[in-house]
Write a protein that binds this ligand. Structure first.
Ligand SMILES: [Zn+2]
Length: 288
């Protein structure tokens, strides 16, 4: 497989991204839908997410080797969804440390089989995806990694998109990689907590990042604008859902009502918006 000049592009000096396709998981044998990033340091490289298939991950490895002479020393998994990390098996037997959220292994144990089956994969080989040589990141203590004249901080986020989301911050470029706690173009996906998604989005806005990389969609060089757009969607979803709950409506009746004024603003909106409503509803109906 020859490397392609277009597979990765350098969006900031020594920072490369492969943009995933904007698609659902299903019927997607190649599973190349999530963004894959690698950061080059003077000592070694950090890979962030590995795509959703070994086929794509092999391409990732070939293309990194064509761009950089340095080894990959760390792989960061932004969260445990299959489209972001199933490709990791390709890197498993190398001398690479896997950086994960402290909840990651628990998530794998309880959710991976269901996720795999729901998304059209074979669930029987789920143990393949458990890595050795892990570095867990705890909620209380960000991890600091020096790639050689390039210091990277990795922080565990509160329950938001999932219960195991990581943030990767490159101080030198004021660049942040946010996994699926940030979406550009692609409709946001709320899986674990609508309140958590709102909190982290608020926090990202306050941090005044220059460049923000989403888990799906293009790199944002105007973080504030794109984060505010995400916040608008999330806040409307929360407000409308709370209102319907207070009016004693029911979820099934409201799936085609809540938040649909946002539909023209996002890609593949109808694929995820109803499940976002369901998740927000289940969380918010227990609030006072
Ligand atoms: Zn995800």
């Amino acid at each position: 497989m020859a490397h392609s000049k277009d597979f990765f592009y350098e969006f900031v000096e020594k920072s490369y991204i492969h943009l995933g396709q904007i698609k659902n998981y299903k019927n997607n044998a190649v599973n190349d839908i999530s963004n894959v990033i690698f950061l080059e340091g003077n000592k070694c490289n950090m890979l962030i997410d590995t795509s959703g298939s070994t086929q794509t991950a092999k391409k990732i490895l070939e293309n990194i080797n064509a761009i950089s002479k340095k080894e990959i020393c760390y792989i960061v998994t932004t969260h445990g969804h299959p489209d972001h990390y199933l490709g990791s098996t390709v890197f498993k037997h190398r001398r690479i440390k896997f950086i994960v959220h402290e909840n990651f292994n628990r998530y794998l144990k309880t959710r991976i089989k269901r996720d795999l089956i729901n998304q059209g994969f074979d669930g029987s080989d789920s143990l393949l995806y458990k890595f050795d040589s892990q570095i867990p990141v705890t909620n209380s203590k960000p991890l600091k990694i020096d790639l050689g004249d390039r210091v990277i901080f990795i922080e565990a986020l509160e329950k938001s998109h999932t219960n195991n989301d990581l943030l990767i911050f490159d101080q030198k470029n004021n660049l942040v990689i946010l996994g699926d706690t940030f979406f550009v173009g692609h409709v946001p996906i709320v899986e674990a907590s609508i309140n958590g998604m709102i909190n982290v989005t608020d926090k990202f806005i306050k941090n005044n990042y220059s460049i923000c990389v989403p888990g799906h969609g293009p790199v944002s060089f105007n973080c504030k604008k794109d984060l505010l757009k995400q916040l608008e969607y999330l806040k409307l979803l929360k407000k409308d859902t709370l209102e319907k709950i207070k009016n004693n409506s029911n979820l099934v009746k409201e799936l085609d009502n809540i938040g649909w004024t946002q539909s023209h603003k996002w890609d593949i909106f109808d694929m995820y918006h109803r499940s976002n409503i369901s998740r927000a509803w289940k969380e918010l109906e227990w609030e006072d």
